[in-house]
Design a protein around this ligand. Structure first.
Ligand code: NAP
Length: 306
């Protein structure tokens, strides 16, 4: 059996991938899942030892330092996890003649483009996190192994820490919420990423070097954080009766400018990513963000995962 080494299985995307690959196994492949204890990404020698022991034919690497604001003051740690670790993984994969699927972010762009971003657009991260993720991408490209770098955005799900969970927590306790309305992108559910990657695994020919490169992988459509928060609260209220969920306290959601909500890290105002290349190359298309939100909301259990 060939092996897939899957990192970050306590994170949103890693957990969703582990679950989805268990439900829809790939014939002839076995998934070896790794958490922080099994492979510490701040320790290059540990990474090398684990990869050599497992000897995978493919590494899928969603683990990352994702604390965007903290990264501004923890630059060395962010770069160790987001740049050095993927480089070491890629080097080890190359030694084994394995491929690599890596995850990156909309935050590699500066957001100043007026229209939707395509993969060939200029990158120019405006945060330490974005710069560290771009350095990880560059390192993988430099190693030169067969790879897919999947840039996704605004990841959320029923598990883990994310915007949806924060909004529902606040909506249970506050009557009024002020949410940024001048940053635009695509909320992308962890489950829809896992489904898309599973589809990719059916069609990606690792040996076909034409396919190596960067792809945007996000839910279809776009909104603002304000639009996303409003949709989360609306959906909760629609489902509350059916599921006997507790009523929300929130009565008003007000749109504000990002300038009114200063954060340590700057974020791009335009995070809209075209998924045309993914669709054209592999025939993989993700659902509209509203559809994925609907599926996630049905998996919530207030008092348990909210
Ligand atoms: N979240 C987003 O909104 C977003 C947006 C765009 C792109 N992305 C990218 O998508 C990918 C998946 O993100 P996600 O939302 O699934 O992230 P996440 O939920 O924050 O999970 C991060 C994972 O990385 C692991 N990790 C962190 N430091 C580690 C270390 N030193 N050693 C080993 N493991 C470590 C975490 O383990 P612990 O549980 O032990 O901490 C966790 O399993 C990442 O590449 C991220 O950059 C995310």
């Amino acid at each position: 059996m060939k092996k897939i080494l899957l990192t970050g299985v306590t994170g949103q995307v890693g957990r969703a991938l582990q679950r989805h690959l268990a439900q829809f196994p790939l014939a002839g492949w076995q998934v070896v899942a790794c958490d922080r204890q099994q492979m510490d990404l701040t320790a290059p020698e540990h990474i090398r030892t684990v990869v050599r022991e497992v000897a995978p034919a493919l590494i899928i690497h969603p683990a990352a330092y994702t604390a965007v604001d903290h990264a501004e003051s923890e630059s060395a740690l962010a770069f160790a996890i987001n740049a050095t670790a993927p480089k070491v993984l890629a080097e080890e994969a190359a030694r084994l003649k394995a491929g690599m699927i890596h995850f990156s972010t909309d935050y590699v762009y500066d957001g100043t483009k007026a229209s939707v971003y395509v993969e060939t657009d200029k990158v120019n991260p405006v945060s330490v996190y974005g710069a560290s993720k771009l350095a990880g991408e560059d390192a993988i490209r430099q190693v030169g192994l067969p790879h897919l770098i999947l840039r996704t955005s605004w990841v959320y799900g029923a598990d883990g820490k994310n915007f949806l969970k924060t909004i529902l927590r606040l909506a249970h306790t506050r009557e009024s919420m002020r949410i940024v309305s001048d940053q635009h992108g695509a909320p992308t559910s962890d489950a829809s990423i896992a489904q898309a990657v599973r589809q990719l695994l059916d069609v990606w020919e690792v040996e076909n070097s034409d396919h190596t490169g960067v792809y945007h992988l996000v839910n279809r459509g776009e909104t603002s954080w304000f639009g996303f928060a409003s949709a989360i609260v609306d959906k909760y209220q629609q489902l509350a009766t059916d599921y006997s969920w507790p009523a929300l306290a929130v009565k008003e959601i007000a749109p504000i400018a990002a300038a009114e909500y200063p954060t340590p890290a700057k974020r791009p105002s335009n995070s809209k990513l075209s998924t045309e290349k993914l669709a054209q190359t592999f025939g993989v298309m993700l659902p509209a963000w509203q559809e994925s939100l609907d599926q996630v909301m049905h998996r919530l259990t207030p008092g348990v995962n909210v």
